[in-house]
Design a protein around this ligand. Structure first.
Ligand SMILES: *[C@@H]1O[C@H](CO)[C@@H](O)[C@H](O)[C@H]1NC(C)=O
Length: 214
């Protein structure tokens, strides 16, 4: 336990150094609608790395998936490439993909532009793979603080409510939500998080895309 703890701590420290030393890259989008409670973004196509993680807890699944993605960025790939941390860390809830119909998650990390066309090949034991994040729209609600299990459910409900009071409610996908986290656990104040849900509104250029399968 002590060893695992200090390894985890070390990981967090390295992560903080890497992340904060340079400007982090993020996926590109345009805002196509904005109001006080949410905004609609159209993301460009890009390649991410994605780690399936089965756990009841969103927090535990995120940590598990992130840990594997982090190793991948730190040379745990067949190309010995060192990959700069990007943001956000995106945890997507996928209903009924876990054992006995429970919820599963994908934890995903956008690849820096340098690696977009030719992603380094992850070590097989990491069980992660490249994921084509096709151009599509998401409704986004921002929230600060820490993305804890109870908190994210409430934020997802709030997004749901404000969408249903708007014309965008009808365009909401029935699939699960994603939580985007932009800061390391070290940052205490002004933490930036978001809850996302896919939007299908072809009249605004928002096509719905398929979700990756386990
Ligand atoms: C990474 O390594 C794999 C396997 O050796 C190779 O097929 C691939 O082309 C390499 N990618 C890059 C970016 O060098």
């Amino acid at each position: 336990m002590g060893k695992a703890r200090s390894a985890a701590m070390c990981l967090i420290i390295i992560m903080a150094i890497i992340c904060c030393a340079t400007a982090t890259e993020s996926p590109q989008y345009t805002i196509i609608h904005s109001e006080s409670e949410f905004e609609i973004r159209l993301y460009e196509s890009s390649v991410w790395m994605s780690a399936p993680a089965i756990d009841i807890s969103f927090e535990k699944a995120t940590w598990n998936g992130f840990h594997r993605l982090f190793q991948f960025t730190q040379c745990a790939n067949l190309n010995f490439s060192r990959i700069r941390m990007t943001s956000p860390v995106l945890t997507t809830m996928v209903p009924e993909t876990g054992p006995l119909g429970s919820q599963g998650y994908y934890v995903s990390l956008y690849l820096p532009v340098k690696f977009q066309d030719n992603p380094p090949v992850p070590l097989p034991e990491l069980n992660i793979k490249p994921y084509d994040f096709d151009s599509h729209c998401v409704a986004v609600r921002k929230f600060s603080g820490f993305a804890k299990d109870e908190r994210i459910v409430k934020e997802a409900e709030k997004l749901d409510r404000s969408l249903s009071r708007s014309p965008w409610g009808e365009s909401k996908s029935q699939r699960g939500y994603s939580i985007a986290q932009y800061n390391t656990p070290f940052r205490i104040v002004k933490r930036k998080n978001e809850v996302w849900v896919d939007i299908h509104a072809p009249e605004f250029g928002c096509q719905l895309v398929g979700v990756a399968a386990y």
